[in-house]
Structures are given as C-alpha cells and as structure tokens.
Design a protein. Structure first.
Length: 210
C-alpha cells in the first residue's frame, strides 16, 4: 500500500517534471503544452521511499513516462539523477530523483514485472483521516517468479527512447516515449492502461539475470 498525504507541495511534482523534461535527450516539443494524464505507484517494502510514475502528454505529441522517487534525504552518489527538491507540508524537505537511477525503483519495478505484480493500492491521509483512492493508471507484470533477489547498484544508460537499467538480478528496459506500438522489449513486460488508453500498452520490460 502507498500512503499519500493531503499536503501542499512547493514546487509541485508537475512543475518539477515540466522543468526537467526539456533537459532529456528523448524529449521533444514544448513543455508548456504538457498535461498529466495518469500515474501509478509501487510500494517500497521498507516504507522509506515514495515510488511514483507519471504519464504526461502534449496536445499533439506522444506520451512520456516519468518515474520519480521521493526521499527524505539525498541519495548518495545520485546527483546526476536529481530532478529537484520540494517542500512537503507534512514530511518536510523531499529530494526528487529520476527513478531510473534509484535502486529502490529498480527493485520495485523488477519485482512487478517478473512476479506478475500490479500498482500499489493508494490511501490518502487527510489530517489523520484515511480513505482509499483509485489509481489513475493500472499496470500488470507478466512474470511468474515467486521470489526476486535484492537489487544492489544500478548501471543506467539511455538508448533512443528507452532507458536501460542493469542490476544484479535483472536487466530492465523503461519506455520513456509511449507511442502507438507495443513491441516486445524483454522476456517479461509491464503493461498499463490509463484514461484514454484502454488497450494494455507496454511500459517496461525485464529479464532475470540472477
């Protein structure tokens, strides 16, 4: 389960994303025309790191997949993956990273793909009152593993419109640009649906290396 707080964020997640996207080699177009169309979360087993993937789209362009992690302290050695910082009115200072460079994201994504997992259930804490919330995007992995080893360090590289994340237990391919095609990227895939997209669309893939 992912616990979210009814909180004020300064700057907002979308403001951070729209400022960061133009710095990416796989982004094209005008960030001013982008809008958020969905998001899904994975659950950090240790409960320390927020793991959330945003889907954003321009009026005439493709959909971009932007996975982020939210941390209460800087991630050592990950300055190149830092998207920015924000102030959370409940949790305080938060460091926001391009999740492809964060081992916690690699662990949760690989687990979802290779064990047939889904997005996390969401609960909202509004000043101590908790309620369930529906995800705006739903995802499902195709793998059948019952157990996955622990991800250590990650080796990350961009390849055209994807990012490849190599770990000790899996090699993961994350689609940054989501077009009409859904070509096979690996042994097992993560597919998703969101408002306006009812056909399962490939978002990422992985193969076990452990």
């Amino acid at each position: 389960m992912a616990l979210l707080y009814a909180a004020q964020l300064t700057p907002s997640k979308i403001e951070l994303i729209f400022g960061w996207l133009p710095t990416r080699s796989w982004f094209s177009g005008d960030p001013a025309g982008l809008e958020s169309i969905g998001a899904y979360r994975f659950d950090d087993p240790d409960g320390e790191v927020g793991v959330e993937t945003h889907l954003v789209r321009g009026p005439d362009g493709p959909t971009y997949q932007v996975p982020l992690t939210y941390r209460g302290a800087p991630l050592a050695g990950a300055d190149e993956w830092l998207v920015g910082t924000m102030q959370h009115s409940v949790l305080g200072d938060r460091w926001v990273y391009d999740a492809c460079g964060d081992p916690v994201y690699a662990q949760t994504l690989a687990a979802a793909i290779l064990t047939g997992g889904t997005q996390a259930a969401i609960e909202i804490d509004d000043h101590g009152h908790r309620s369930s919330a529906e995800p705006t995007a739903r995802v499902k992995g195709s793998g059948l593993l019952t157990k996955l080893g622990t991800v250590g360090l990650v080796d990350v590289r961009d390849e055209d419109e994807t990012t490849v994340v190599v770990t000790s237990v899996a090699e993961i391919v994350v689609r940054r640009v989501i077009g009409a095609g859904s070509s096979v990227l690996g042994e097992h895939e993560l597919v998703g649906t969101w408002p306006g997209v009812s056909d399962p669309t490939v978002l990422a893939a992985a193969r076990s290396t452990g």
